[in-house]
Design a protein around this ligand. Structure first.
Ligand code: G3H
Ligand code: 13P
Ligand code: ZN
Length: 336
């Protein structure tokens, strides 16, 4: 079963210079959408659970849904990733559940709201790397803070990543991947005005500079949902009340991938797709009440988004480019 360390998926993406979407998962239908789309697209998979998702599902349920994905799609390389771990305990829990990758978000304190100092960030990140690497588990850190607080992760203040600090952070912590703050934020409310391709939307210079200085580091763009306007229109047409808002357009993400981004985090777009489909179904079929009948179109709507992302970010077609490695192989690599 190719349950692989995330580092392998990102190393391979770096060799061929494409991006790999990270999708958050909370329930069976989301997990199936991610896998069914990956199967059709032949894409490697990064499936992520937030602390909120693990809590919602009581750990064991989500763990087993994720493991079922690995079992059913036994040929696709899949990394199971903890999103926004807030302390060593959360990292330990994820590793004990069988995750092959963890994020320690040391840019914020344990409350996931208050920004930390550089030194505090280094301390907790280093601790997590020293714990995770002997298991062969990949570690993603974060430098700089994103805006956006509606999903419970983020300070609401934006501190863009300082490339001067990255080399030092990398040397002190030995992380495999790094989330960078370049102007994105979590949730649906990223930009009030429609992004203009002729104007700088995100701080791409930061990505280019970090890539120049640390070419082996895998950069991660969080808060990268595109918030498609057709989904907002559909939600609002069937009773929703989402005010006008814009996400990160695909052209901006592609610019990031060319500049050196390897992992792109998407959660909100799947939430929007599911909500639009469920609202439409229930509006058109007010007499129906079987959850399978409205969850099936929700799953189809998520498959569509996920497939588009595999294709647009470039990971489609790359699932079988390489022999999957195990956590034991990764352990040997870290020992060296
Ligand atoms: O970055 C945060 C993800 O969108 C997860 O959100 O904490 O609501 O599960 P959540
Ligand atoms: P979105 O809210 O833009 O989907 O971002 C998700 C994310 O960054 C998860 O870590
Ligand atoms: Zn995030």
């Amino acid at each position: 079963m190719p349950l692989v360390p995330m580092k392998q998926i990102l190393d391979e993406a770096a060799k061929k210079q494409y991006g790999v979407p990270h999708f958050n998962v909370n329930n069976m239908e989301q997990a199936q959408a991610i896998m069914r789309a990956a199967d059709v697209a032949s894409s490697p998979v990064i499936m992520a659970a937030s602390r909120g998702a693990l809590k919602y599902s009581d750990l064991i349920f989500l763990r087993n849904i994720m493991m079922a994905c690995v079992e059913k799609y036994s040929k696709l390389p899949v990394a199971l990733h903890l999103d926004h771990g807030n302390n060593l305990e959360s990292v330990k829990t994820a590793i004990s559940l069988g995750f092959t990758s963890v994020m320690i978000d040391g840019s914020l304190k344990e409350d996931a709201k208050t920004p930390t100092t550089f030194e505090e960030n280094v301390k907790v990140t280093k601790e997590c790397v020293e714990y995770a690497h002997p298991f062969g588990v990949t570690v993603e850190g974060e430098l700089g803070t994103l805006g956006g607080i509606e999903d419970g992760v983020g300070s609401g203040q934006v501190h863009l990543t300082n490339p001067d600090q990255v080399e030092k952070f990398l040397k002190l912590t030995n992380v495999d991947a790094l989330a960078v703050a370049i102007g994105t934020s979590h949730g649906a409310y990223k930009f009030k005005i429609k992004p203009d391709p002729d104007k700088n939307l995100l701080a791409m210079d930061i990505i280019r500079e970090i890539h120049k200085r640390c070419p082996k580091l895998h950069m991660v763009m969080h808060g990268s949902s595109s918030v498609p306007s057709d989904l907002l229109d559909e939600i609002n047409k069937y009773g929703g009340k989402i005010p006008p808002t814009y996400g990160v357009p695909l052209w901006a993400i592609k610019e990031g991938i060319v500049a050196g981004v390897r992992k792109i985090n998407v959660d909100t777009d799947l939430r929007l797709a599911a909500t639009a489909a469920i609202r439409k179904f229930l509006h058109e079929n007010p007499e129906k009440f079987d959850p399978r009948e409205y969850l099936a179109p929700a799953r189809e709507a998520m498959i569509k988004i996920v497939r588009e992302r595999y294709t647009e970010f470039g990971s489609a077609g790359h699932a079988f480019d390489y022999e999957p490695i195990s956590l034991d192989d990764a352990k040997k690599f870290y020992r060296k």
